[in-house]
Design a protein around this ligand. Structure first.
Ligand SMILES: Nc1nc2c(ncn2[C@@H]2O[C@H](COP(=O)(O)OP(=O)(O)OP(=O)(O)O)[C@@H](O)[C@H]2O)c(=O)[nH]1
Ligand SMILES: [Mg+2]
Length: 193
C-alpha cells in the first residue's frame, strides 16, 4: 500500500517481481538499474553487477519516478525469491504491495514451473487475505529469444490475458524491461489517483 514519508513529502510505492527460478527477475532489476544510471560508465556498471552475490533472499532497487498528485514519487522494486525457504521473508515482501510483475519463463520446458509459482503466490496472498485480482499486475513473457520459447499469442491465450496486460521481453539485454516497468507504474498510479 502506498505510503507518504511525512519528513520529505515523497510518496512511496512497492512493486514486486515474481516468477519461477531463473525466469529473469534479477535480470529485470539489473537492466532497470543500468537504464536509470546512465551516468555510470560501462566499466562501473559491469563491476557493480558482477560483484553482486547470487541472491539468496531478494533484490531491491529504489527509483525516483514522476510526480504523482503533486508529490515526488519513489518506486521500491523488489524480487520475491522463487523458493519458500524463509516464509517470513516472502510474507514481508508481499505485505503492502502496490503492483506485481509476473515474470514468465516462455521456454516450453518451464511452463509447469510458472504454473507452480503462480499457485504458490496465490496461496501466499490468500494467507494474507490479499486478493490476487485486486492488485495491478503485468505479465512479462521473458526468455522470448530462446529457440523453444512459446509464441506470444500462445502464452497470452494460455494465461487468459488481454494484450494490454502482457509484454514480451529478453530481460538480460533490456528488451521489454522499461516497457514492463512503465506499464506497471501506469496501472498503479491510475488506481491510486
Ligand atoms: N537468453 C536469455 N537469458 C536470460 C533472459 N533473462 C534472464 N536471462 C539469464 O537467465 C539467467 C537467470 O536469470 P535471473 O535473472 O538470475 O533469474 P531469476 O528469476 O532472478 O532467478 P532466481 O533468483 O534464481 O529465482 C541469468 O543468467 C540471466 O542472464 C532472457 O530473456 N534471455
Ligand atoms: Mg534472482
Amino acid at each position: 500500500m502506498a505510503f507518504i514519508n511525512e519528513a520529505t513529502g515523497d510518496i512511496h510505492f512497492k512493486i514486486l517481481y515474481i516468477g519461477s527460478q531463473s525466469a529473469g527477475k534479477t535480470a529485470n532489476i539489473q537492466s532497470l538499474f543500468c537504464e536509470t544510471h546512465s551516468d555510470l560508465s560501462e566499466k562501473e556498471s559491469t563491476f557493480l553487477l558482477e560483484n553482486v552475490p547470487r541472491n539468496t533472499f531478494f533484490d531491491f532497487l529504489p527509483l525516483s519516478f514522476d510526480e504523482v498528485g503533486g508529490r515526488n514519487s519513489r518506486m521500491h522494486i523488489y524480487t520475491l525469491p522463487a523458493h519458500s525457504l524463509w516464509p517470513s521473508v516472502n510474507i514481508n515482501l508481499m505485505l503492502g504491495v502496490d503492483g506485481i510483475v509476473n515474470v514468465i519463463d516462455s521456454r516450453v520446458r518451464f511452463l509447469d514451473k510458472n504454473e507452480y509459482q503462480i499457485q504458490y503466490i496465490k496461496k501466499l496472498m490468500d494467507s494474507l487475505q490479499l486478493d490476487f485480482h485486486s492488485i495491478p499486475f503485468v505479465y512479462q513473457f521473458n526468455h522470448s529469444d530462446s529457440p523453444d520459447a512459446l509464441p506470444f499469442a500462445t502464452l497470452k491465450k494460455n494465461f487468459l490475458l488481454n494484450e494490454e496486460d502482457c509484454i514480451e521481453a529478453i530481460a538480460n539485454t533490456g528488451v521489454g524491461v522499461m516497457k514492463t516497468f512503465k506499464k506497471i507504474t501506469d496501472k498503479i498510479i491510475r488506481k491510486f489517483v
